[in-house]
Design a protein around this ligand. Structure first.
Ligand code: UD1
Ligand code: UDP
Length: 350
């Protein structure tokens, strides 16, 4: 059996690592990297440290508007699929690489496997929401991480070949936690355990709006604790464009995006995590670190209902109130048992 895996953005490399390891025990896998992310710290570093097999095809599509980026991926993915004639095309999550892979395959009548299916924010202004809905509706096998995701699909009449297998990002955390203990990222930046809050921020729904970014940065200015921010290149470019100078934030340490093992250590030793990332919200929950989510809604509703995460949007006062309040999750594991990748590989190869 031949499976073509399409990946292109940072979180997809991290998700692919455990799945690829299991899938290769059962099937031939060919990896296509769309090139959506291309900086060393957004791409190559993950292949190296997580031992993800080198991509068989690199499409080098790079950055662009949604139409241009997705369209170019579609053209080149179709060429690969016609040449390789796989049994399945496997896609992850909700990026433009996900949509392009799913659409190219569906039009060629190649069955699509979607990992992290069924997530919904119910906000169609998010590019991710459009990508997820479209991908789920052309997929033939839908692997959901939670019961909520299963229910979301049921509400859209998607019930065939839908499985709750848990979350592959939980597999990744469990597998890499020990390795992350060897990271020297705290020492290299003069940080102490619990002596800082960790920030990540990159979603279009924040970074595309200068007012929102001003309000968020204003909150950062008023936080009386070291803030560590591995900055996403999108956010860096946008802030430069808005004329917002991060040197004006007194306690802030801006660093380059870091590898996954450094990130896991930074997360584990933070007092709180402030983020608009989907993956980072979940990791905060897995690691039992209180999370402040800089969004109005989340797909990862369990992290909020089990009180490990609060939603504050871009409101300066709400951000400060959440950062200054005490809360700990009454942790319940809603994300599987850390064996998701194995369940997925077994089901695909049946
Ligand atoms: C994409 C996904 C988003 C996901 C995120 C993970 C879509 C629509 N969005 O957002 O869902 O949460 O990846 O990180 O697919 N850039 C670089 N170097 C890189 C990559 C990007 O400089 O290696 C800059 C470019 O200026 C680019 C911008 O970041 O225009 C945005 O990159 P893009 O891949 O379009 O979207 P992300 O914001 O990364
Ligand atoms: N991540 C990382 N280095 C960083 C920032 C994030 O390794 O500097 C990891 C993070 O631990 C998580 C994943 O990237 O596993 C999340 O990706 P991102 O926030 O880019 O996208 P999202 O999950 O929001 O789609």
């Amino acid at each position: 059996m031949k499976v073509i895996t399409i990946i292109g953005a940072r979180p997809q490399f991290i998700k692919a690592a455990p799945v690829s390891r299991e899938l290769r025990k059962k099937a031939e896998e060919i990896i296509v990297h769309t090139g959506q992310h291309y900086d060393k710290n957004m791409s190559d570093i993950f292949f190296e440290e997580l031992n993800i097999p080198k991509p068989d095809y690199h499409l080098n599509v790079g950055s662009g508007s949604h139409g241009k980026q997705t369209g170019e991926m579609l053209i080149h993915i179709e060429e690969v699929l016609l040449k390789e004639e796989p049994n399945y095309v496997l896609v992850y999550g909700d990026t433009n690489s996900t949509l392009a892979g799913a659409l190219a395959a569906a039009k060629l009548h190649i069955p699509v496997i979607h990992i992290e299916a069924g997530l919904r924010s119910f906000n169609k202004k998010m590019p991710e929401e459009v990508n997820r809905i479209m991908t789920d509706h052309v997929s033939d096998m839908l692997f959901c991480p939670t019961d909520t995701a299963i229910n979301n699909l049921q509400n859209e009449n998607l019930t065939h070949n839908v499985f709750n297998v848990g979350d592959v990002m939980y597999d990744a955390v469990l597998y890499n936690q020990k390795l992350a203990a060897d990271s020297r990222i705290l020492e290299n930046h003069g940080l102490e355990s619990k002596g800082y809050h960790l920030i990540t921020l990159h979603r279009a729904e924040n970074t595309d709006y200068p007012e929102k970014m001003k309000n968020i940065i204003e909150a950062f200015k008023q936080i009386d604790k070291t803030l560590v921010w591995p900055i996403h290149p999108r956010t860096k470019h946008k802030l430069e464009g808005y004329g917002i100078d991060l040197n004006d934030v007194p306690n802030l340490k801006v660093i380059e995006p870091v590898g996954y093992l450094d990130m896991l250590r930074l997360e584990s030793e933070a007092e709180k995590i402030l983020t608009d990332s989907g993956g980072v919200q979940k990791e905060a929950y897995f690691l039992k670190i209180p999370c402040v989510t800089l969004r109005e809604e989340t797909e990862w509703v369990e992290t909020v209902s089990y009180k490990g995460n609060v939603l504050v949007g871009s409101d300066t006062d709400k951000i400060l109130a959440a950062v200054n309040s005490e809360y700990t999750s009454n942790y319940e594991n809603a994300f599987g048992d850390g064996q998701s990748a194995r369940y997925i590989a077994e089901r695909i190869s049946q």
